[in-house]
Design a protein around this ligand. Sequence first.
Ligand SMILES: Cc1cc2nc3c(=O)[nH]c(=O)nc-3n(C[C@H](O)[C@H](O)[C@H](O)COP(=O)(O)OP(=O)(O)OC[C@H]3O[C@@H](n4cnc5c(N)ncnc54)[C@H](O)[C@@H]3O)c2cc1C
Length: 376
Amino acid sequence: MTHYDVIVLGLGGMGSAAAYRLARRGQRVLGVDQFAPVHNRGSSHGGSRITRQAYLEGPEYVPLLLRAHELWADLERDSGRRLFTRCGGIMVGTAGSRTITGSVASARAFGIPHELLDAAEIRRRFPTLAPSADEVALYEPGAGLVSPEGSVAAHLQLAARCGAELHHEEKVFTWSTMVGGVRVGTSHSYYTADRLVLCPGAWAGELLRDFGVEFTVRRQVQYWFAPSGGVAGFRQHPVYLWEGDGYTFYGFPAHNAPADGVKVAFHTGGRACTPDGIDRTVSAEEVHEIATVVERHLPTLPGAFLRAATCMYTDTADESFVVAPHPDEERVVLACGFSGHGFKFAPVIGEIVADLVIDGATAHPIARFDPARLLA
Ligand SMILES: Cc1cc2nc3c(=O)[nH]c(=O)nc-3n(C[C@H](O)[C@H](O)[C@H](O)COP(=O)(O)OP(=O)(O)OC[C@H]3O[C@@H](n4cnc5c(N)ncnc54)[C@H](O)[C@@H]3O)c2cc1C
């Protein structure tokens, strides 16, 4: 039986990045995923993810985002794929909303280039948006979108090039630590390694049963519409995040148009589900609900409904991540609980995981992601 330096469980957004960074640093890596490469049954599909650095979720994330944007550029260069579309990003809400105050605080703390716009200026600059008189925006020219499928494919391609062994359509049923290493049992075989990295996405609760941290999986739907005025107005268009009264939604430019229309989704709400039991059909009521909300703020959207795809958020109680050595198992590193906003960090999470596995520590600021905060 081959013994590896490290086994990476899960080869989605985070696990593919971790496998690459570990293999690139000379580790003998086995990566295992229950599904085929670049699948649509987890959290890393749907053609686009927002990335931004004026981070409303808190300034402690910003150093990681500065590094992530460098690594996105490296990943594009090294894989030969176009992954990052720098179309700018606009965050809209009332002046006192968390979306505005949080974004402004992060932008100011780190000197992230940005502009503050009042409602009239928003309408003038971005005619598709119809803010009410009391709404304002932070515009971030360096924001944009990344391709989740392209990123997973790029990381897997580079991991394999660096010698990682990648097993797909192989499900992990058990993992345990033993003297001198870890043992992983899958649908095909048993494997041993010095260390284990857990990047299971929505399956975190199942693979970390006695861990004591609660992960809530939320079903979130991505919707594509053909704007009533045509896609032209959405071609040169920023990504946006809009905090309304009791909900937040977001959307993208027509970056694949006309084939794909324009994508919008709710960030808030979404019913609890399990990763294997999720209802993948999207009802007419759900389409109607988002169409009604979006139309209030972008009158030429929705237009005609094209299609929808379900996805999953894996939330922790405070909606921040778990990226740390396992508190009870020194040979295990955790990267999970990304709470619906992790994708933009994927390359830097890979770098951090490689630091934790190889060096036992990282220079990146990850205190915020210590699971101890959730165990108390
Ligand atoms: C609708 C939607 C919109 C989002 N928008 C944004 C956004 O705009 N910006 C942003 O930054 N983030 C966004 N996110 C969040 C981001 O996409 C996720 O945080 C990220 O994709 C999580 O990656 P992951 O590797 O943890 O999960 P996944 O990519 O799902 O990977 C987990 C992998 O583990 C595998 N696995 C699990 N259990 C086992 C097992 N027992 N055996 C073998 N394999 C196993 C799974 O098959 C899967 O491939 C969004 C998420 C969704 C759903």
